[in-house]
Write a protein that binds this ligand. Sequence first.
Ligand code: NOJ
Length: 536
Amino acid sequence: MDMDKWWKRSIFYEIYISSFCDSNNDGIGDLRGITSKLGYLKSLGIDGIWLTPYYKSPKVDNGYDIEDYYEINPDYGTMDDFDELLREAHKRNIKIIADLVLNHTSDKHKWFVESKASKDSQKRDWYIWKDKPNNWESFFSGSAWEYDEPTKQYYYHAFAKEQVDLNWSNSQVKKAMLDVVKFWLDKGIDGFRLDVINFLKVNDSFADNPSDENGEQQHIYDKDQAGIIQVIQELRDVVEQYDDRFLVGEVGSDNIETIKEYIGDTCLDAAFNFNLGSIEKFDVKRIFTELKLMEEKLDGQLPTLFFSSHDMPRYISRFGGETMDEERAKCVAVLMLTARGIPFIYYGDEIGMRDYVAESIACMRDIQGVLAYEKAIGNGKSYSEALIIANQRCRDKSRSPMQWDASEYAGFSTAKPWMEVHISRSVINVENQLIDGNSIFNHYKQLISIREKHKSLLYGVYEKLDMQENAIYFVRKYESEEVLVIINFGISELEFSIEKYQGFKFVYSNIRESLDLSKSTIRVMSNESIIMTKEV
Ligand code: NOJ
């Protein structure tokens, strides 16, 4: 493995632009807001930023519906603001990767407007049109086909009806999109996070998808189809013409073997594995099994390590609700920042932000929540029942404005934010966390700096990866350095033998300052993580 590639030793930080920092006080986060917080990000110690889509968009799905790939959404600023952000980030040695949505465009995109205009349009074949729909369901809600009365055909949309799937079997589509890729690479972007990349092509047969025993549709013919990897390889060829860029793909699959097919030297550098990242409940055995599987199945390729994103509830709420033990949150951070893989921190997790829950439908912003509400009402549910159902699907939970301080709008903006600020802002905020040496923020910071100083944490393979009771522990080694990490997620103390770890020195615990290593065992407390290293 080429160890010199920057992304192999990087920690990424996902910024949901609308919610990070608002520089012009219109209530919506923007690019200049991010630039103003680069110092904060540098002090945390991250190496790369994943920016969610910043392109011109009607924002039906908050930017994942792109109207113009060459323009910045005015809510987020201008092209000059983008250039400034990239320049300032690079000055601080921070890379930026852009979220790129290749699978679909907004229905307002000029390509679709032209495609829709008539059956004979030159761009008709740029999208997927059929006289009759099949049974494919949208990943958001209802049928994936929308009827267009004027031309009497249906178009395909895997997500909202305003997010129209492109026809990647059309070579002009491919060329147009590769031009987009080149445009941003020429601007200096350091790579891409490729949205739903395994959806790029659908099966030519358009056969109906089967259902499982619960009546749930099995997405057999509308993802992971032949030809997608070939397109990614072509994209990769373009990216290879530039120095050292990074490609990470969103590959929604519960099969690690499938995920693996997308990664490799001629394909994606890495892919998100949601089987680990989005586990619903805290389950240490499940986490361990997924870590093991990634080691066994990914042929040495680096896995990604994340537990939150803009599409799922925050891990701190998912794993423990409002009463989540902060020490456990720190232990999850230890896992993410010391296990083998590329960590992706989601904005706000580093200060322990909690999930936001909409109290009324008027407060709900996410299209997925709103569609679930409409469906529930359509099915005869009452308002309060529909609100509960909608909140289950709604992704606003992890999208509330960043909590910089305790003020009314959390220091995010001086205007009323586009979505409500979490009530916890008066206690959980950056200002408080910076001055508390034991805060989650300061633990993230300390762990990042430990990771940077120890090559075994950057490059080391596992000499051992195992469990003892409810603790995950591992040894990683690189050249002359070894590191031992023990993370006790259990509710009881763990007696851990250190006989095999003679000569290891204490480096970190989230609970204590030092550790007696003179006996043959150590006692690892509940929700305690210990890091020890040795030079051989
Ligand atoms: C995945 C993105 O992360 C999500 O937010 C979006 O709704 C879908 N792709 C559709 O683009």
